[in-house]
Design a protein around this ligand. Structure first.
Ligand code: MN
Length: 260
């Protein structure tokens, strides 16, 4: 069985419309404009949305919930908690960079951690949500990494390491990826989803629509088995500004105007 055919959440999460979806903000203190745009989106969401989904890679990296004590994550958690306090539930899914986001951060952010994948029911639409990395089954090296790093016992071992060791490991992983990004030539290839994995997830979840991020290839795809919305990553500090959100309500999906 392919890794994409992992068991979808048994139950369906019913949420109020309009629901907003964002992903891959890669928040880090080094990207102040991106953080400012996120805070503006939260302001808008408080007025216009009834549910907010953040579909992974919310932080550039996360090495354990002790990070919640640092000023930057604290400010982010407080901003999310303000939205939740205004009556808009916030749901957080793990990405491949922040899969160690834990219950402590979620509590401080007033957010609910979601399993990947999760099926939602919103305004009569059944939709499967995933970060998207599990669909990139052609990247066997990454799938192996994912397989091991998502094992709870491996995570417990990692989290038991001193924070300074974990930081060292995270910096090493990050500098490898930065080196890849700064290579001259065409933009770095993040890998794309495998059509068979998309078909399997739609089939196994009994849905005809999917929303994911991760691939940095924002688009609306009409797949043979359903609709697939790919969210953009966010970056308002670099040369190609992007920070879009997707909305779902009774009328279906709609891209929200880009913020800058
Ligand atoms: Mn990702």
């Amino acid at each position: 069985m392919s890794p994409a055919a992992s068991t979808p959440a048994a139950s369906t999460l019913a949420v109020e419309a309009p629901a907003w979806f964002i992903s891959d903000l890669h928040l880090t203190p080094g990207m102040p404009r991106t953080l400012a745009a996120f805070e503006r989106v939260l302001e808008r969401a408080a007025e216009q949305a009834r549910t907010l989904f953040i579909l992974g890679d919310f932080f550039e990296f996360w090495i354990g919930d002790e990070e919640s004590e640092a000023p930057f994550p604290r400010a982010v958690a407080a901003a999310l908690a303000r939205l939740a306090a205004r009556g808009v539930p916030v749901y957080l899914m793990h990405g491949n960079r922040d899969f160690l986001l834990g219950p402590r951060f979620a509590r401080e952010a007033g957010a609910t951690l979601l399993p990947d994948p999760t099926v939602i029911d919103c305004a009569g639409h059944r939709v499967v949500l995933t970060h998207g990395d599990m669909l990139c089954t052609n990247d066997t090296r990454y799938m192996r990494f994912r397989h091991w790093t998502r094992k709870p016992w491996i995570q417990r071992l990692f989290l038991a390491l001193p924070l300074s060791w974990r930081l060292g490991i995270a910096r090493k992983l990050r500098s490898d990826s930065e080196a890849g990004r700064q290579r001259p030539g065409p933009p770095r290839d993040y890998g794309d989803v495998a059509p068979a994995a998309v078909a399997a997830l739609l089939r196994d979840s009994g849905t005809a629509a999917m929303v994911h991020g991760h691939t940095h290839r924002p688009a609306r795809h009409d797949e043979p088995h359903g609709l697939r919305w790919v969210l953009t990553d966010w970056d308002l500090d670099g040369p190609h500004p992007r920070a879009a959100a997707l909305q779902l309500d009774a009328e279906g999906f709609r891209e929200l105007p880009q913020l800058d």
